[in-house]
Write a protein that binds this ligand. Structure first.
Ligand code: SF4
Length: 427
C-alpha cells in the first residue's frame, strides 16, 4: 500500500487529502501538490483508525498533547481520561509516551480510546524492554529496537518521534562545547547517547536509517525526526550540538522523502523569543521545507508552575514564523506527571496561542472569526460571542458566575459599560 506521499506523487488523491482540503478550505490540488513535495504531511487516517490531520505549509498550526505513564505513576485509567480530555480540549494529535506498566497494552488502549492520530517515541519502550530483559538499557540490541518500532507501527501508531540524528559526530559536539547549562533533557536522546558511549558504537537508527524508513513506509507512519539534543535551557538554544543534530535530521528528511516516507523534523525545547524565527528559518531551509514540529518552545526558564504560559508565548511566536505542529506544555512541566486538569489547561493555552500565531502566518485567511467576535463584542451579543470564542462554554461559565444586574453588559464596568454608552452615538 502506498503512502500519502507516494499517492500524491502519482497524481492520485486520497480521502485523507480530501478531508484536509475541506478542513483547511484549501483547494485539493494544492494539498496534493504539497503532500507530493513533502511540505505537508498527513498524519493518521483510515489506515490508523483516526481522523487525518494535515500539518505543514499553508495549513493552520496544529497542537499536540502528550500523555503517558511514568515509572512512579502507572494508572491506565488516568491516561485514558487525559487522552479524552486532550481531544475534547481541541488537541489535534496525541503522543502516548508511557514508560511505566505494560506498554503494549497501554498504547493499544489509548489508540482505541481516541479518534486523534497517536504518536509515540519507540526508544522509550526499546530501552524499557532491554532493561527488563537484560537489566541494562545499554544492552539494547538492534533487533529488539527495530522489533519495537514495527510492533508500534502495526498497532496503528500514526507518527513516531525517532532519534536518528544523534550520532557519534553530534555527540562529539556536546563534549567539545563543554556539555551544557541545562544538560540533556530528552529521555530518548540522553539514553541513546549513553548507549553509544557505553557500546562505542554508532546509533543504529542513524546507521540503518533506510531500515527505519522502510518500516514506517509500510504503515504510512509519519517519521518525526526527534530532537534528542534539544536545548533544555534558553542559554543552550542554537548551540553547536543542537544545530549539528538539526543538520543531520534535515539530511535524513531528504532521504526519507526520496524514499517515499512522510517526514517532519522536530525542534526545541527552550528558545528565547529572538531565536525562534532563526530556528524555523534554519529548519525550513535545510530540510527543503519539511514540516517543523516544535516542542513548546518555552521562552524563559523561570516559569515553573506556569510553563503552559511560557510555552504559549513560544507557540504564538513559532506559529507566527511558520512552525507547523506545536507540542503543548502543562503547568506541571519540570515538576510532576500532568493530571487531567493540567492537560486541559495546557491544551487550551496552546490552542489559543497557535491561533494567535496563525492570524499572522495565514494573514487574510482566518481573520473573519476574530472580526466577527469584535463585532459581537461591540454589539454586546453574548450568545454570538460564546459561539465564536475558542472556548465558548468556559466564557459563558465565567460570565454566568458573576451575572450583572442588567443583562446587557457585564460586571466588569457595570453601569459604566463603555460599549453601551458609545453605541448610542455611533450605531
Ligand atoms: S461592562 Fe465593560 S467589559 Fe463588560 S462589556 Fe461593557 S465595556 Fe466590556
Amino acid at each position: 500500500m502506498k503512502t500519502q506521499l507516494e499517492l500524491a506523487r502519482d497524481d492520485l488523491v486520497s480521502e485523507e487529502m480530501r478531508t484536509v482540503s475541506n478542513f483547511e478550505h484549501i483547494e485539493l490540488e494544492v494539498i496534493r501538490t504539497n503532500v507530493a513535495n513533502g511540505t505537508v504531511v498527513i498524519i493518521g487516517g483510515s489506515r490508523h483508525g483516526s481522523k487525518p490531520v494535515g500539518v505543514g505549509e499553508g495549513l493552520t498550526s496544529k497542537v499536540n498533547a502528550s500523555i503517558g505513564t511514568s515509572t512512579d505513576i502507572i494508572d491506565v485509567g488516568l491516561e485514558i481520561k487525559k487522552a479524552k480530555a486532550a481531544e475534547e480540549g481541541g488537541a489535534d494529535t496525541l503522543m502516548e509516551l508511557s514508560v511505566g506498566g505494560d506498554l503494549d497494552m497501554i498504547r493499544r488502549e489509548i489508540i482505541a480510546a481516541t479518534s486523534l492520530p497517536v504518536g509515540t517515541v519507540p526508544l522509550y519502550q526499546a530501552f524499557r524492554e532491554a532493561t527488563d530483559r537484560y537489566g541494562d538499557p545499554n544492552k539494547l540490541t538492534e533487533e529488539l529496537l527495530f522489533d519495537v518500532i514495527e510492533r508500534q507501527c502495526a498497532d496503528g501508531v500514526a507518527f513516531m518521534a525517532i532519534h536518528c540524528g544523534i550520532n557519534l559526530y553530534a555527540t562529539e559536539r556536546l563534549k567539545s562545547q563543554g556539555y551544557r547549562f541545562g544538560g540533556l533533557v530528552s529521555k530518548g536522546g540522553a539514553t541513546m547517547v549513553g548507549w553509544m558511549l557505553a557500546n562505542n558504537s554508532e546509533n543504529p537508527l542513524y546507521e540503518k536509517f533506510d531500515r527505519v524508513v522502510e518500516i514506517l513506509k509500510r504503515y504510512d507512519t509519519v517519521l518525526s525526526l526527534g530532537n534528542g539534543l534539544r536545548a533544555g535551557a534558553i542559554a543552550d538554544s542554537l548551540d553547536r550540538a543542537q544545530i549539528q543534530e538539526l543538520i543531520i535530521n534535515c539530511e535524513l528528511a531528504e532521504t526519507a522523502r526520496d524514499m517515499g516516507c512522510q517526514v517532519m523534523v522536530e525542534g526545541p525545547g527552550h528558545v528565547p523569543l529572538d531565536e525562534i524565527e532563526t530556528s524555523i528559518i534554519l529548519e525550513k531551509k535545510m530540510s527543503g521545507g519539511a514540516p517543523y514540529y516544535m516542542l513548546g518552545p518555552l521562552v524563559t526558564d523561570v516559569g515553573a508552575g506556569y510553563d503552559h504560559i511560557t510555552a504559549a508565548i513560544g507557540i504564538a511566536s513559532s506559529s507566527r514564523y511558520g512552525a507547523d505542529l506545536l507540542c503543548y506544555i502543562t503547568p506541571s512541566e519540570h515538576l510532576a506527571l500532568p493530571n487531567v486538569e493540567d492537560v486541559i489547561v495546557g491544551v487550551k493555552a496552546a490552542k489559543v496561542a497557535a491561533h494567535a500565531g496563525d492570524i499572522v502566518k495565514l494573514r487574510g485567511k482566518i481573520d473573519k472569526r476574530d472580526l466577527d467576535m469584535s463585532l459581537a463584542r461591540r454589539d454586546l451579543d453574548w450568545e454570538k460571542q460564546y459561539s465564536l470564542a475558542l472556548y465558548g462554554q468556559d466564557a459563558r461559565e465565567i460570565r454566568d458566575s458573576r451575572s450583572p444586574k442588567i443583562d446587557n453588559h457585564c460586571t466588569m464596568c457595570g453601569n459604566f459599560c463603555a460599549l453601551e454608552k458609545a453605541n448610542q452615538y455611533f450605531l
